[in-house]
Design a protein around this ligand. Sequence first.
Ligand code: FAD
Length: 385
Amino acid sequence: MPTTAVDTYALTPEQVDLRDTIRQIVRERVAPRAAEIDAKAEYPWDIRKLFAEQDLLGLPFGEEHGGTGTGTLMLNVAVEEIARACASSALILMLQELGTLPIKLFGSEELKQRFLPRCASGEWSPAFALSEPEAGSDPGGMITSAVRDGDEWIVNGTKNWISNLGIADFYIVFAKTDRSAGRSRGISAFVVEADRPGFSVGKLEHKLGIKGSPTGQPIFEDVRIPAANLIGEEGKGMNVALGTLDHSRLGVAAQAVGIAQGAIDHAVAYANERKQFGQAISEFQGIQFKLADMETRTAAARELLYRACAKIDRHEPDRGKYSAMAKLFASDTAMAVTVDAVQVLGGYGYVSEYPVERYMRDAKITQIYEGTNEIQRLVIARALR
Ligand SMILES: Cc1cc2nc3c(=O)[nH]c(=O)nc-3n(C[C@H](O)[C@H](O)[C@H](O)COP(=O)(O)OP(=O)(O)OC[C@H]3O[C@@H](n4cnc5c(N)ncnc54)[C@H](O)[C@@H]3O)c2cc1C
């Protein structure tokens, strides 16, 4: 049967050109920095500046907000290309989307005008603050609260595991506004600017991977924000969170595909060069089969990712299920492929002289954040009922 227009999700020639341009920028400017970013565990301000100059931080935004208006698929192709060299740098772009989607999807026109153009230009960066020490997979258990006081809200609480901590110019904060409502109801979403009195940067984590992206605890102590900083309707914050994650977890899938492909690049190059028993190890069928499986799984993950992106852009009803499936499959693929890449390099795979151990450490988080893979399975299974 011929493919109908609605089924297609292939890249257009313009998207391929843009992808190739990004690939070149990443090869020349990001890849040489990746090992150092990981070793020093420093936020790469130079890479963020580069992305802003190259208009990459405009990818999550429509033209009406100063962005490129090129859609979810192009955004995630860019995330994939960056993650192929450096997963921490890919997070800069992923977070630019995650921390602005609540405003883009649910915010007032005034909020959109106030925040989105300055993020599209790269001047500002956001953070998305949902998780808490006692509320990860189950955000309904959150303790952070917001109480109305005239034309203001007063926010109190401590969030946990928040990416872009100390970097972000504003935080999307989810807080209980009605304790009498059920666990998941009575939550509202707010924008809290980092320069408001009462906001402080708490503990920063030492992590296994994505070391160039600071993660930790933002603290809110009697932080007063104007009523206009409420995102969407009071009490509907859970819809804001889940609606955002339906889109943004494709960024995690794209990061995972990029990590897997990057690990394959290094494993193939090594296998062609390394000689044992008088021949390149890529001549051994045991290594060939491993590389073939790595490439096949990664290609399959990419197809699922691109289809899910197209579904998001077309607002199709099963987009949430597809984004969960793409995140689940791509992240499990990244983990399996990077473990195999280390094996292909043998002892050299285990040491930091070669990059594949970094890819393996970076891959692990893709199975955990923006909803663990167990939670993705719940989302998918619920959609089957
Ligand atoms: C580096 C990093 C960056 C992060 N960035 C952000 C961020 O920017 N913003 C943000 O809000 N959060 C962020 N997170 C938090 C992340 O989304 C949570 O860690 C994740 O949702 C899991 O929550 P938890 O760690 O509390 O684990 P828990 O919820 O305690 O889960 C522990 C284990 O139990 C399993 N589990 C839980 N419930 C179920 C269930 N119903 N069925 C089956 N298994 C279940 C989980 O899958 C997991 O394996 C980040 C985390 C990390 C590590």
